[in-house]
Design a protein around this ligand. Structure first.
Ligand code: BG6
Length: 470
């Protein structure tokens, strides 16, 4: 049973945008259907378009067509920033609260292009919307800055008006059930903790791959690339949860402090330990697809990376000498997010004299998506043979036991409404992560080509990544 949010106004900047339509309204609808939004709330879309409340409700009904939405569309309203700017917005919110008898709890969700975060924060602050009669929270989408200086500057703007306790920096990977389960897996099962270190683990490989290309987002992707889009945030957050020490409690402060320590212990990445790539024409699922440079809106001279693989290392007692291989890319053979933990091989090969030997180490694969679950590969004796070994998986699949998993945005929006920051990114995490990747971005070499439907440039396999497990 989730804690019920207080009566509130949920303001979506970019109310008619793609994120609101595809993710936020459906997530809010599911929360409403489950009764998790309470009875008294207003969702206020905000944007430049001049749209009436009724038109916004129609927009909501279209976005939620065929979805059981628990009456959410009746709670929708819209405000155009052309009506008196932020001052006009403040008056509108106060009027809504007075008419509906709401106590002044406000969430501002910035579903906006990254360039608009700073000015919106300033607008809210200057209009006195950074504090109100009840709670005031601000939710900021990724990317948080496009390099270290811009992230520091954005954090400074945010902190000029809001305290860190009011700020919810979203990384939607942290809302995925399986990412949270990583903590339960590691800290709810005592058998793993004793093995989770340099004595027992040979390497850790984290993959976030997508078979999709850039689709119609070339303008965004040209400014972003694989490091900024996935590695600096989603992937590094998964790494931090995999590598962190046991937090003293499952709360925001304890979990985030341990993640910050991991990010600060990552060593600078040597140029030889990173490979950039961009896809050329190839085949995905038997269908031909075009290369990145042929995508609509991508200049022929583009050097944006659509793939990056890197070997990371942590300076810590637990992980000294254990490589963390990370890779992410568009137009790879499949959509897959997984963590593969390779354990060390036995120190002595006991079965060699009998013509059989353990060549492989045990491998634990934690699948974050799709077909969420985990598998542990172990060797068993093949029955009847003198002594032949076979590797078999001990496995668990989420959908076999629990059915469909909730969407990450549902989890995260509910956390914002009940004031739980555990699954949100702290300002220091953002800066530590940029500190690691900034040197790569400035000294970046031209990407190497890889055919769509392959696992990146050949140079990125072999010593840069131990292999494909799925
Ligand atoms: C987004 C990136 O943050 O994550 C996209 O901007 C990417 O480029 C997406 O496709 C992947 O998210 P998921 O949840 O589908 O793995």
């Amino acid at each position: 049973m989730s804690p019920t949010p207080a009566e509130h106004v949920f303001v979506i900047f970019g109310g008619k945008g793609d994120l609101a339509e595809r993710k936020l309204l459906p997530a809010l609808a599911d929360l409403a259907r489950r009764g998790d939004l309470g009875d008294r709330y207003v969702i206020l879309g905000v944007g430049r378009s001049e749209v009436s409340d009724e038109e916004y409700r129609s927009f909501g009904r279209a976005a939620l067509e065929g979805v059981e939405h628990g009456g959410l569309t009746e709670h929708l309203a819209y405000h155009s920033t052309k009506q008196g700017g932020y001052e006009g917005l403040r008056q509108r919110i106060e009027t809504i609260e007075a008419e509906a008898g709401l106590p002044g709890n406000r969430t501002f969700y910035l579903a906006l292009p990254a360039g608009a975060f700073g000015p919106t924060i300033e607008g809210l602050g200057n209009a006195g919307l950074n504090e109100g009669p009840g709670f005031t929270r601000v939710v900021i989408e990724k990317p948080f800055g496009h390099d270290l200086p811009s992230a520091i500057a954005l954090n400074a703007t945010v902190h000029r008006y809001f305290t860190e306790e009011q700020v919810y920096r979203i990384d939607h990977y942290l809302g995925k059930e399986t990412v949270q389960n990583l903590l339960v897996f590691r800290f709810g099962n005592t058998i793993f903790e004793d093995l989770w270190n340099r004595d027992r683990i040979e390497s850790v490989a984290i993959t976030v791959s997508e078979s999709l290309g850039v689709e119609d987002r070339a303008a965004f992707y040209e400014q972003t690339g694989a490091i900024r889009d996935i590695l600096q945030n989603h992937l590094i957050q998964v790494l931090a949860l995999t590598a962190m020490e046991v937090p003293s409690a499952f709360n925001a402060e304890a979990v985030r402090q341990e993640k910050i320590k991991v990010l600060r212990s990552l060593r600078p990445i040597a140029p030889d330990d990173v490979v950039f790539g961009h896809y050329t024409a190839g085949e995905i699922d038997g269908k031909p697809v075009r290369g990145y440079l042929e995508e609509a809106g991508v200049p022929a001279s583009s050097t944006t990376e659509t793939f990056v693989a890197a070997k990371l290392s942590l300076e810590s007692w637990r992980w000294q000498g254990v490589p963390f291989y990370v890779r992410t890319g568009k137009r790879l053979p499949q959509k897959l997010t997984e963590i593969a933990v390779s354990f060390r091989s036995p120190p002595v090969c006991m079965f060699e004299s009998m013509g059989s030997c353990l060549l492989n180490s045990n491998l634990l694969t934690i699948r974050l998506q799709p077909r969420e679950g985990f598998s542990l590969l172990i060797d068993v004796k093949v029955p009847g043979e003198p002594l032949a070994l076979k590797r078999i998986p001990l496995s668990f699949r989420y959908d076999d036991t629990f059915g469909k998993l909730p969407d990450a945005y549902e989890t995260l929006i509910l956390d914002v409404l009940v004031g739980d920051q555990t699954l949100f990114v702290h300002s220091e995490e953002v800066e530590a992560s940029w500190r690691l990747f900034d040197p790569l971005l400035s000294g970046q070499e031209a990407p190497l080509p890889y055919a769509a439907g392959t696992w990146g440039p050949p140079k990125a396999n072999g010593h840069m990544h131990p292999g494909n497990y799925s």
